[in-house]
Ligand binder design. Structure first.
Ligand code: 3HC
Length: 293
């Protein structure tokens, strides 16, 4: 029978980490949410506040439930506070050296049976597992943006992940109200491997001035019934995150579909990171907002 995980940690409170912390706390788990600096911690907290306030405004949550969610999240700037966690989900930026550093630290701090999960969307879970002394307890738990809304969790098992760890994480995903799919460790897993070739192609179409951003997005929304056009979705995902994912997939597969369109790197360098910075393919009323100006 699956182990019920109740004490969990999240490391990194960017768009994904903050969303994951919210999902866990909404499901009644006790969450320790860790960021490196007080500033980053305040931004992570503000992200959860914005999301839960929106749910209250829409009548999906009452104020008491929102307060209870915040009581279940302990915000901290020290990884040492994860010493009692049964599961830690890492959601720091998509760079191997950063994630490896976090995993090596967690390995020292957490008890040997703590499950270490990564929310990576393209890096090798196996490579991360071997920086720890517990590769069999390392797994991928890949959420989708916005985490409180999107139903899928990809559970990524390596060749050494213990079957009981897979079961525990699958059971947790279901408790969070998500649908899980379990797959092996390959860059992009299922969803990103299929999605990012399409997104990259849409960017190339825009870059080559074949069509306007509005027309590309309208074509996919209205012609194919997608909730968002590809350029608006790039802004939601974050241009830097999208670049890292494409670059990793391209390096692994050498499939030209995934060779990042040049403008993506240029936008990243110029700080046009999408919604989170206030400007990407579109401009937004304020950083983080969904309102296009
Ligand atoms: N955080 C929390 N909740 C949010 C949110 C956010 N950022 N954005 C929207 N929501 C909630 C709203 O509160 C609303 O909730 P309700 O139905 O309970 O009232 C619901 O989502 C619908 O929102 P809206 O009515 O404002 O807007 P839409 O109907 O246009 O939905 C959307 C917004 C859910 C973002 C929708 O456009 C969508 O599904 N877009 C596609 C998203 C997608 O493809 N994500 C995957 C990206 S790839 C990825 O994440 C992988 C990673 O590795 C990069």
């Amino acid at each position: 029978m699956a182990r019920e995980l109740n004490e969990v940690g999240v490391v990194g409170l960017g768009t994904m980490g903050a969303g994951i912390a919210e999902v866990l706390a909404r499901a009644g788990l006790s969450v320790t949410a860790v960021e490196v600096s007080e500033g980053a911690l305040a931004r992570g907290r503000a992200h959860v506040e914005q999301s839960t306030d929106r749910a209250v405004a829409r009548g999906k949550l009452d104020a008491a439930e929102r307060d209870a969610i915040f009581e279940r999240i302990r915000f901290s700037s020290s990884l040492e506070d994860l010493a009692d966690a049964e599961l830690v989900i890492e959601a720091v930026p998509e760079r191997m050296e950063l994630k490896a550093e976090v995993f090596a630290e967690l390995d020292k701090i957490c008890p040997p049976d703590t499950i270490l999960a990564t929310n990576t969307s393209s890096l090798s879970v196996t490579e991360l597992s071997v920086v720890t002394g517990r590769p069999s307890k390392v797994i991928g738990m890949h959420f989708f943006n916005p985490a409180p809304v999107m139903k899928l969790v990809e559970v990524v098992q390596t060749v050494v992940t213990e079957p009981s760890v897979v079961e525990d994480v699958e059971a947790l995903a279901e408790r969070l109200g998500k649908v899980d799919v379990t797959i092996g460790d390959r860059a992009g897993f299922i969803a990103n491997a299929l999605l990012f070739g399409y997104l990259n192609h849409a960017v190339a179409m825009y870059e080559n001035r074949y069509a306007s951003r509005e027309d590309i997005d309208a074509a996919m929304r209205l012609g194919c019934g997608l909730p968002m056009g590809p350029l608006a979705l790039m802004d939601l995902i974050g241009i830097d995150t999208a670049y890292e994912i494409l670059d990793t997939m391209y390096k692994q597969s050498r499939n030209r579909l995934h060779a990042p369109s040049p403008v993506i790197k240029q936008m990243m360098t110029a700080g046009l990171l999408g919604r989170k910075s206030g400007r990407g393919f579109y401009s937004y009323a304020e950083p983080g907002s969904a309102e296009v100006v």
